[in-house]
Write a new protein. Structure first.
Length: 312
């Protein structure tokens, strides 16, 4: 293995473990208010030190595992393969979105899930469910940003048909791809690439605001909600605010309250893709669940995905 191979594998692993750690820690505070979380944890250090036992991830990581498995199997998104992976991993107790649950129930029963995805929310879902699971696409297609954008779209379609749900996934995948490529964080270049790619005025406005964020308090105005438009740019801005600290990137979004698992999963994936697994907080990574698809399995997936990447 060359040094470059080792760095690549470290970044792939950092991204998946970062996603899972952010999801699992953020999952402890899902739907709580910013005030309630702050009252218990006045500092990021206290928040990061909080878990003393195994931490369990939610639907965010579970579905990202499905995306990763599908990519490893075929080297690109094939809808049938992706849906099979989603169904095989489906465990409603991990806490899925309402619409996502309806679609996955239909997939599991062999019903017409596309119709459910179209009709459950007329016009399709604009939840952040496609964005929360898309990080492996950012890794695999980090050298071909056009293909990355299209693969992120394809990975969204089974559950998220609304343009704002799809674009959230595309923007996050692109951000992950850029993070995995950067040696030194280049804030201006990072936001310029994201802005150049984004298609809608809604995401453009959010990313322009994200590019201006200077303090953790300013993250709140970007949103802490379950809709992709009101969470993706928040996670991106949090990473960009503290690119050298995984702990700060996930804490600053958990302190916002609301959709804390997903905000921290997305910020964690970005931070992990940039810093690599070696710079994640070892104690928290060590507490990640040791279930059959827990920490060791995520490490194995990262290694397999990096092999697929190198064979492309
Ligand atoms: C529980 C109106 C819409 C909408 C539309 C709202 C997990 C709904 C993860 C819906 C993530 C929610 C999250 C989520 C991921 C979406 N009109 N409202 N067109 N589209 N919504 O159900 O996978 O936590 O309130 O498609 O995107 O941790 O319930 O699921 O936080 O967004 O769920 O959208 O959710 P869904 P998802
Ligand atoms: Mg979740
Ligand atoms: Mg969530």
């Amino acid at each position: 293995m060359t040094i470059a191979d080792a760095i690549l594998k470290d970044r792939f692993e950092g991204c998946l473990l970062g996603l899972a750690v952010g999801d699992a820690l953020g999952g402890k505070f899902e739907a709580q208010s910013a005030e309630a979380i702050r009252a218990r944890f006045p500092t990021a250090e206290r928040l990061i030190a909080y878990p003393q036992e195994e931490i369990w991830y939610t639907d965010d990581t579970q579905m990202a595992i499905g995306v990763c498995e599908a990519l490893i199997e075929r080297g690109e998104i094939v809808e049938e393969v992706l849906c099979r992976a989603f169904v095989a991993n489906y465990l409603p107790s991990r806490g899925y979105g309402r619409g996502a649950r309806a679609v996955l129930d239909a997939m599991e029963d062999g019903r017409d899930y596309r119709q459910v995805a179209e009709k459950h929310f007329p016009g399709g879902s604009f939840g952040n469910g496609a964005a929360m699971r898309v990080a492996p696409i950012g890794l695999l297609f980090r050298d071909d940003l056009r293909r990355l954008w299209e693969q992120a779209r394809l990975s969204s379609l089974p559950t998220h048909l609304h343009p704002l749900g799809i674009e959230g996934a595309q923007v996050l995948a692109l951000a992950v791809g850029l993070c995995s490529n950067m040696e030194q964080f280049d804030r201006a270049g990072f936001f310029a690439e994201l802005l150049a790619a984004c298609a809608s005025p809604e995401y453009r406005a959010k990313l322009e605001a994200a590019a201006l964020v200077q303090t953790p308090d300013e993250l709140a105005k970007l949103g802490n909600r379950i809709e992709a438009l009101h969470s993706v740019s928040t996670a991106i801005a949090s990473f960009a605010l503290t690119p050298e600290s995984f702990e700060a990137a996930i804490s600053n979004v958990i302190f916002l309250g609301g959709d804390t698992d997903t905000l921290a999963a997305m910020a964690g994936a970005l931070s992990g893709a940039y810093l690599g697994a070696g710079r994640l907080p070892a104690r928290l990574v060590g507490l990640l669940e040791s279930s059959p698809k827990g920490r060791a399995y995520l490490q194995q997936l990262a290694a397999q995905l990096s092999v697929v990447y190198q064979s492309e």
